[in-house]
Design a protein around this ligand. Structure first.
Ligand SMILES: *[C@@H]1O[C@H](CO)[C@@H](O)[C@H](O)[C@H]1NC(C)=O
Ligand SMILES: *[C@@H]1O[C@H](CO)[C@@H](O)[C@H](O)[C@H]1NC(C)=O
Ligand SMILES: *[C@@H]1O[C@H](CO)[C@@H](O)[C@H](O)[C@H]1NC(C)=O
Ligand SMILES: *[C@@H]1O[C@H](CO)[C@@H](O)[C@H](O)[C@H]1NC(C)=O
Ligand SMILES: *[C@@H]1O[C@H](CO)[C@@H](O)[C@H](O)[C@H]1NC(C)=O
Length: 939
């Protein structure tokens, strides 16, 4: 099986490969790997797609940097000793002169938000190889998971251009690669990307480079093809590692490698198919070089059917378990137009098929689609109220096709497990972002409360010696709180330090059950009280369905295993215990629910479904009201606070009727309705896709989301607003400090318009961004909360109508902060951007050149490290000495002599900007910008 995988395409792979049994340890990586664009996209390919994307600077192709990152991380392995390999140790080796250039650091920084206890940095680096190669049109490199991250730097030993072919062979042998594989991995790695003058001026003098200071390794820089091979063989290559100045100084490393078996391997790679197959195999081998204690999984393949973000939550005072989430269906071979609907058939808590007054089925139609490089997926939303009396233990999924056929997925015979023993209460949990205070509330079934509850929290702790944080964790005991029906709440407070609280996740645990890997970023900023709890139903350890059923007012025939034919009494049941109808309500599909109990009176009784189901959509106009957008709740207050109610038959019409006469109304969280004449100032516009919950009473309408209002206002509202604090009308600020408004500009194509640095904040303003970009000529705000800086504007960015920059700043509703793909662009007209240089003199010293560092330090006098380091500062500190040198941006060394072992290095090695000045250089990794006393020079 393993062998054949290498030879199969992904389509073939799915044919022979069953879904993993869910849940699986690869679930998080699978999502990062395949959900690339559109609905619920993770956008891991964001900075390498298209293949030509440049994110760490002009001429620096990200896809090539990602491949280089994987190679540099693994190539210090020693397979004889079983050390190193792809282990993320590169994060601690960035200062090493083997790892020159900004691209390695930028790559790791991009990966940080994806890094978690279920996606190690080293697995993400491996995934980066699949992603960048595929983005450039290369083969599908199979990716296994399970790598373990190193916690410190590994050995040195990245192959360098000046090595002899013999050294290369030895180095690759140490990595476990034959000479043939050495040639293959070099050719496959060098089909994209180029050499940069900044790092290798002797190989690529500026005169040979393009305007961005780089030269590509073949004539198709952004295509994963074999031109790097064919151009070499026909001797018309311009690869600087084959021809040009590198030959004279013996740094033509590609030539040395390609020629090492008299071109036998290169001739074989001249066949495009042979090239693709070789690259697939050798790049997989490259990422699979791991220490012997690492056990890798089978290659990650996309699930055909995958439950996503499932969540139970106690609702309606405790009488129902609200079941939310999605079933994700792979639609690569069976297009979603062929799918009529998806039906979830669940089992109650005891494994039986009695689910209160309703059938144990949930019918759903598509809400959104997403794409990977080779796959498409459709998402079928779940929003269903399960009676708390009967609960849930597992489910199976049936996909009904429009042609009347259907397929059932049962998780490899195990059914999809779903425990109602313990689960997070999302609305009673919250995160106070600025302080990192997390409040977690879980519901525990009453027969299990003697086992208590605890929370396991996994968070990120920034490290000073790496751009990647470490993972910290804490296990805290939760305190027992109130009871509501069959469940009791447990909660705990925990302060997440390190400033990265939103990237944390946690489990709530009760005995051997848990609700795992909950993302803090999905929690709201305020915890809500649990409304109107029903009387506590203490249940003994041997709870049975009979007990449960008796205590509810539903008289269903308990114990019946032939399920859904029993409950025709639904209409006489109090509404609080009626599960809300399925989504969409009008489509309970008869073919999968024999003798359907017809929750919806409009259900056609036919057994052959005909018309496709209407998809839900946002209603732009409701009577005298118009849809404004999706809006956030206020900070610590309700956005609309005049009146409210909640009901399981909520519809937009019902809310509008209830709020008649008010200026604003909005629906939230499927079943809540709020009215008001004013909208609090801290409430703000949110992306429309945040409002993705269907109305509990009408599955064809949207009723907001968690802490999100589907907000309507009276047409022509302005005249009727009686707000004491009217929401300010936003404006475009002509000036922010010393910056002038340039206008509304589009993002760059293939590169950020402003690429020097960026940040994002939920309280972004133009002033905040100006301060963050203080040392740059330009700054721009985008998408309400993002901020970008740069000294130049990418040439592909273009002026757009000012009106297109229409998103309010997340931190100040009175100013605009760009929009999607649009920058609110400002410029300091007076700032003259100076190219950084090595000052010729500093204090009484004159520049001597760039010198290598030696074992035990070249300059052995006093030393200083300072975040304000400049050459001038170091000159002053070393005033009593004959020499000083600045190193690694912020270090300063003094000495009275310079040992002979410290030799002159290329000026380009000393290109790190001083920590205290962006216009001068302060050495580099293991390189000193060296200065000598002026008098000494003259002696
Ligand atoms: C080499 O020759 C091929 C075929 O004529 C051509 O397509 C390619 O662009 C040439 N490469 C360079 C670097 O000139
Ligand atoms: C291999 O091919 C290159 C490029 O055509 C050529 O320069 C070199 O001499 C060849 N090597 C041998 C051993 O033939
Ligand atoms: C929690 O942190 C400790 C100390 O860093 C670590 O040894 C342990 O493996 C972590 N536990 C989990 C489950 O990640
Ligand atoms: C958590 O903090 C809130 C707010 O300070 C407090 O009301 C609550 O009692 C705390 N809960 C626990 C379990 O300590
Ligand atoms: C919604 O349900 C309530 C009972 O909970 C009922 O009074 C009301 O009429 C229903 N509304 C609609 C529109 O069906």
């Amino acid at each position: 099986m393993k062998l054949s995988l290498v030879l199969l395409g992904l389509a073939d792979l799915a044919a022979v490969w069953a879904d993993p049994t869910w849940p699986s340890q690869i679930d998080e990586l699978e999502e990062i790997m395949f959900q690339q664009t559109s609905f619920r996209a993770r956008r891991f390919s964001g900075s390498v797609s298209p293949c030509s994307s440049e994110a760490s600077g002009p001429g620096r192709q990200n896809a090539a940097e990602w491949l280089r990152t994987a190679f540099h991380d693994m190539s210090t392995a020693n397979t004889f000793f079983g050390t190193g390999g792809l282990d993320g140790s590169l994060q601690y080796e960035l200062g090493n002169s083997e790892n020159l250039g900004p691209g390695l650091r930028t790559t790791l920084q991009f990966m940080v938000p994806f890094f978690s206890r279920r996606s190690s940095l080293s697995d993400l680096i491996a995934l980066g190889v699949y992603t960048s190669v595929r983005s450039c049109g290369g083969p599908i490199v199979p990716i296994r998971a399970g790598r373990i991250d190193a916690t410190r730097a590994g050995a040195v030993g990245v192959p360098q251009p000046q090595n002899s072919v013999f050294t290369f062979q030895q180095q690759f042998e140490r990595l476990g690669f034959s000479t043939v594989e050495m040639i293959q991995v070099t050719a496959c790695g060098h089909t994209i990307g180029g050499v940069h003058t900044a790092q290798f001026p002797d190989i690529l003098p500026a005169a040979n480079a393009d305007a961005n200071g780089q030269r590509s390794l073949d004539s198709s820089v952004a295509v994963f093809d074999n031109r790097v091979v064919t151009e070499y063989l026909t001797s018309n290559t311009t690869n600087p590692l084959v021809v040009g100045p590198s030959v004279r100084i013996n740094r033509h490393s590609d030539f040395k490698v390609f020629n090492s078996d008299r071109n036998v391997t290169m001739n074989a790679l001249a066949d495009p198919t042979a090239f693709r197959n070789a690259c697939r195999a050798v790049l997989q081998k490259m990422v699979d070089v791991v220490p012997p204690n690492v056990a890798l999984t089978e290659p990650i393949a996309p699930y055909m059917v995958k439950p996503v973000n499932l969540q139970l939550a106690l609702m309606n005072g405790g009488s129902t378990l609200q079941f939310t989430g999605f079933i994700r269906v792979r639609t690569t071979e069976v297009p979603r137009e062929m799918i009529l609907n998806v039906v979830i058939t669940y089992k109650n808590r005891d494994g039986g098929s009695t689910c209160g007054s309703a059938p144990c089925t949930i019918t759903t139609t598509v809400q959104g689609v997403s794409q990977g490089f080779d796959d498409t997926f459709a998402f079928y939303p779940i929003l269903y109220n399960i009676p708390a009396a009967t609960g849930i233990s597992s489910f199976i999924v049936t996909i009904n096709h429009v042609d009347g056929t259907s397929e059932t997925y049962d998780n490899n015979g195990n059914e999809y497990p779903m425990s109602d023993a313990v689960f997070l209460q999302p609305l009673q949990s919250c995160i106070l972002g600025s302080t990192g205070v997390l409040r977690v509330t879980a519901a525990v079934r009453n027969d299990r409360i003697s086992q208590g509850a605890r929370a396991f929290i996994s968070f990120k702790v920034p490290q000073t010696n790496s751009p990647v944080p470490l993972l910290g964790n804490a296990t805290i005991t939760m305190e027992q709180g109130n009871c509501a029906g069959r469940y009791t709440f447990f909660s705990a407070n925990y302060t997440i330090t390190g400033g990265m609280a939103y990237e944390s996740n946690f489990d709530v645990i009760n005995g051997d059950r848990m609700d795992a890997f909950k993302s803090v970023s999905l929690l709201g900023g305020t915890c809500r009280a649990f409304a109107n709890p029903i009387a506590c139903v203490p249940v003994g350890p041997s709870t049975s369905l009979t007990t449960s059923t008796r205590s509810s007012s539903i008289s269903s025939s308990s114990g019946s295993s032939s399920s859904s034919t029993t409950s025709t009494t639904a209409s006489t049941t109090p509404s609080s215990t009626i599960p809300s109808s399925t989504i969409p309500s009008s489509t309970t599909l008869s073919s999968t629910t024999p003798s359907s109990t017809t929750l919806s009176s409009t259900t056609p009784s036919s057994t052959t479904p005909s018309a496709p189901v209407a998809s839900p959509y946002h209603r732009s106009r409701m009577g005298d009201y118009q849809l404004i957008s999706c809006w956030t709740e206020g900070e610590g207050v309700r956005a609309l606070n005049a009146r409210s109610y909640a009901a399981d038959n909520m519809t937009l019409e019902a809310c509008m009727g209830y709020c008649a006469g008010y200026t604003y109304w909005g629906t939230e969280y499927s079943r809540e309705c709020y009215c008001g004449n004013t909208l609090v100032a801290s409430s703000d516009e949110a992306p429309m896709e945040d409002c993705s919950m269907l109305c509990a009473g009408d599955g064809s309408q949207y009723c907001g989301g968690g802490s999100r209002l589907e907000l309507y206002s009276l047409v022509g509202t302005q005249t009727r607003t009686s707000s004491p604090t009217p929401r300010p009308t936003p404006s475009h600020r002509a000036e922010i400090g010393r910056y002038d408004l340039v206008g509304c500009w589009s993002e760059g194509v293939g590169s950020r318009a402003l690429a020097a640095k960026h940040t994002a904040s939920s309280d972004m303003t133009n002033d905040m961004c100006a301060e963050f970009c203080d040392e740059y000529k330009y700054f721009g705000t985008e998408y309400g909360s993002e901020c970008y800086c740069g000294n130049s504007l990418h040439s592909s960015s273009a002026s757009a109508p000012q009106a297109e920059c229409r998103m309010r700043c997340s931190g100040d509703g009175s100013q605009f902060c760009g929009a999607g793909d649009r920058l609110e662009l400002y410029m300091d007209p007076d700032l003259v951007v100076r190219e950084p240089e090595q000052p010729a003199a500093a204090g009484d010293f004159v520049a001597l050149g760039c010198q290598t560092e030696v074992q035990g330090r070249a300059l052995r006098g006093p030393s200083l490290a300072d975040d304000g380091m400049t050459n001038e500062m170091c000159a002053e500190f070393c005033a009593e000495f004959e020499y000083f040198g600045t190193e690694y941006g912020r270090e300063c060394y003094c000495g009275d002599s310079l040992p002979e072992t410290s030799t002159e290095a290329p000026a380009a090695d000393c290109r790190m900007l001083c920590a205290g000045s962006r216009t001068e250089f302060c050495g580099g990794p293991d390189r000193l910008s060296t200065y000598i006393k002026q008098q000494a020079m003259m002696v």
